[in-house]
Design a protein around this ligand. Structure first.
Ligand code: ADP
Ligand code: AMP
Length: 221
């Protein structure tokens, strides 16, 4: 089973992806985490994408498509993918389909988290992440057990460079102009499930799990 998580920056995709991938045995593939790790390594890919990311713009389709599709080969031991942050444009969605078809697979469901723009700024500016495992926290809403340290591996938490008020405005603009048309693409295929992401993490997770569980049952029956 292959799932795509959609929604504006800060909607809770990464937060829910960690839980969903553990519960359903899916490989969590986050395009943002992948690009941040390339930057941390100082790789040629990391250097090419840095300017776009820091400005809150999407990186060009060809670059991200090549980077993400190369990850698919490593997914053999999982029951499928949970794609978080990719695809993000109609072109990326169109390029993903034949790759999955070539492996006898497809996108089974697309989960779109709905959070209004006015709530996004607080979520983004309060976000802290673990640079080792990618776990996501919030300075008020989702605090770690030990202040400033990841619950999973005790790494000191950091703030993302693009999690500022100015950059989030650019990222929201990119979402509205470039990613919303992708939601229409999946709606036209009857795969889009919209979920209210403004509720607490457990309530959102429960609704998402219900949708995924129901799709998983259909896939085997
Ligand atoms: P995305 O991956 O969509 O950019 P994240 O999962 O990183 O979003 O969440 C953005 C911020 O919002 C994080 O600081 C996270 O702790 C917080 N957050 C996530 N889900 C919720 C929620 N349901 N209610 C309140 N805060 C949330
Ligand atoms: P995220 O971690 O999903 O918020 O992504 C952080 C940044 O990485 C984005 O603002 C983009 O610059 C870049 N990025 C991540 N995924 C994609 C994608 N699918 N297409 C283009 N750019 C992306």
């Amino acid at each position: 089973m292959n799932l795509v998580l959609l929604g504006p920056p800060g909607a809770g995709k990464g937060t829910q992806a960690t839980r969903l991938s553990e519960t359903f045995g899916l490989q969590h593939l986050s395009s943002g985490d992948l690009l941040r790790s390339e930057r941390a390594k100082g790789s040629p890919l990391g250097q090419r994408v840095a300017g776009y990311m820091d400005a809150g713009q999407l990186v060009p389709d060809d670059i991200i498509i090549e980077a993400i599709l190369s990850q698919f080969q490593e997914a053999g031991r999982h029951r499928g993918f949970l794609l978080d942050g990719f695809p993000r444009t109609v072109t990326q969605g169109e390029r993903l389909d034949p790759v999955l078809e070539g492996a006898g697979a497809r996108v089974n469901a697309v989960l779109a988290l709905r959070v209004p723009d006015k709530e996004i700024v607080d979520r983004i500016t309060g976000r802290r992440i673990c640079p080792t495992c990618g776990r996501v926290y919030h300075e008020k809403n989702q605090r770690p057990v030990r202040t400033g340290l990841c619950d999973n591996d005790q790494t000191p938490l950091i703030q993302r460079k693009d999690d500022t008020v100015d950059v989030v405005k650019q990222r929201l603009a990119a979402y509205h102009t470039q990613t919303e048309p992708l939601e229409e693409y999946y709606r036209g295929q009857g795969k889009l499930f919209e979920v209210d992401g403004t509720r607490d993490v457990e309530t959102v997770f429960s609704e998402l799990s219900g949708i995924v569980g129901e799709r998983a049952n259909r896939a085997v029956s």
